[in-house]
Design a protein around this ligand. Structure first.
Ligand code: IPM
Ligand code: MG
Length: 364
């Protein structure tokens, strides 16, 4: 099969983790007889430095023409980087938001799994981590607070800023359908997370989700308020399977879920539209403090590539080969700094490049 992949190394640790992921994908291609062509484009700070904007029309076009997009991370240190002196719509993050919107990537899938091998890296009490967890957060990605009208004004000498949380029923319906479809392949349970005790947008979210649920009689739908969800994630993560939520709540809850999975460096993600096309990126950011030191954990990006093989190319066997290789590396005791437990003599600390090599070597 020919895989035409646009890659966005981006900023910070992005180029390092994308490099390791390409290594792993090339190994899969060689073993399973596929042909991969990578086309790199600039986005975020890397694009600002060259073009003065975080995303050019040409870059969007290149992404659109690919079968799938592999992304590292974008953004820099908000306190020190000159990118953050620019007006908000020219900053690195604006490039990512624009790309999500232009490509209609409304469904963001973020699986959070506690691997047996990483139970020690889980910050929860052992009686909780021993139960393990395996959930997928389905985050709406092109609506809500991120894309509603915003303004900053001076009113009677008082500075005032507003962001608007807007959803229409169609936006809610299509992401709910995605969640129920995924639930049908899992435990047939959806927990929809909202703030319906306060927000109108959440009350509509609840109503539309219940309407969608009628088309999936085998799936149990329950609702949970977002503040309670934040608490339950650390109290009883095992109770979650499919978690459906709006853009901002999903952003926050997925960071929390990644932390209890051992490290934010482990959580992959897929951003999908209603075709096979998708953008695959780790859930974590660009970690500018460790960029360039060969310290980053490439596993979230490597696991994102496995999601790419599943969702964009239907190459389930190849995706499973990557996931198995990651598990094998972990059970062989190799850890990047973020998942390393000092004092455990069975573990070997490795850098980003070596981690990529170790995974690639275990792809069979
Ligand atoms: C994420 C990130 C982005 C988001 C940032 C970089 C704009 O935090 O993908 O979770 O908030 O969506
Ligand atoms: Mg985030």
């Amino acid at each position: 099969m020919n895989l035409n992949i646009t890659s966005i190394p981006g900023d910070g640790i992005g180029p390092e983790i994308v490099n390791e992921t390409k290594k792993v994908l090339n190994k899969v291609a060689a073993l399973y007889g596929h042909e991969i062509v990578f086309t790199d484009i600039l986005m975020g700070g890397a694009s600002i430095d060259v073009h003065g904007v975080p995303l050019t029309a040409e870059a969007v076009q290149a992404a659109r023409q690919a079968d799938a997009v592999l992304m590292g991370s974008i953004g820099g240190d908000t306190k020190t980087s000159p990118w953050y002196q620019l007006e908000p719509k020219l900053r690195p993050e604006a490039g990512l938001l624009q790309l999500r919107k232009e490509l209609n990537l409304f469904a963001n899938l973020r699986p959070a799994v506690l691997y047996d091998e990483l139970k020690d890296a889980c910050p929860l009490k052992t009686e909780i981590s021993n139960l393990g967890f395996d959930m997928i957060i389905i985050r709406e990605l092109t609506g809500g607070l991120y894309f509603g009208e915003r303004k900053t004004v001076l009113e009677n000498g008082i500075r005032k800023a507003a962001d608007t949380l807007v959803y229409d029923e169609n936006e809610i319906r299509r992401i709910a359908v995605k969640a129920f479809e995924i639930a049908m392949k899992r435990k047939k349970e959806v927990i929809s997370v909202d703030k319906a005790n306060v927000l109108d947008s959440s009350r509509l979210w609840r109503t539309v989700t219940e309407e969608v649920a009628r088309d999936y009689p085998e799936v149990t739908l329950s609702h949970m308020l977002v503040d309670n969800c934040a608490m339950q994630l650390v109290k009883a993560p095992a109770r979650f399977d499919v978690v459906l939520t709006e853009n901002m709540f999903g952003d926050i809850l997925s960071d929390e879920a990644s932390m209890i999975a051992g490290s934010i460096g482990m959580l992959p993600s897929a951003s999908l539209n209603d075709t096979k096309f998708g953008l695959y990126e780790p859930s974590h950011g660009s970690a500018p403090d460790i960029a360039g030191f060969d310290l980053a954990n490439p596993l979230a990006t490597i696991l994102s590539a496995a999601m790419m093989l599943t969702y964009s190319f239907d190459l389930d066997k190849e995706a499973a080969a990557i996931e198995a290789a990651v598990k094998q590396v972990l059970s062989d005791g190799y850890r990047t700094g973020d998942i390393f437990s000092p004092g455990d003599s069975s573990l070997t600390k490795v850098g980003c490049r070596e981690m990529g090599d170790l995974v690639a070597a275990r792809v069979v």
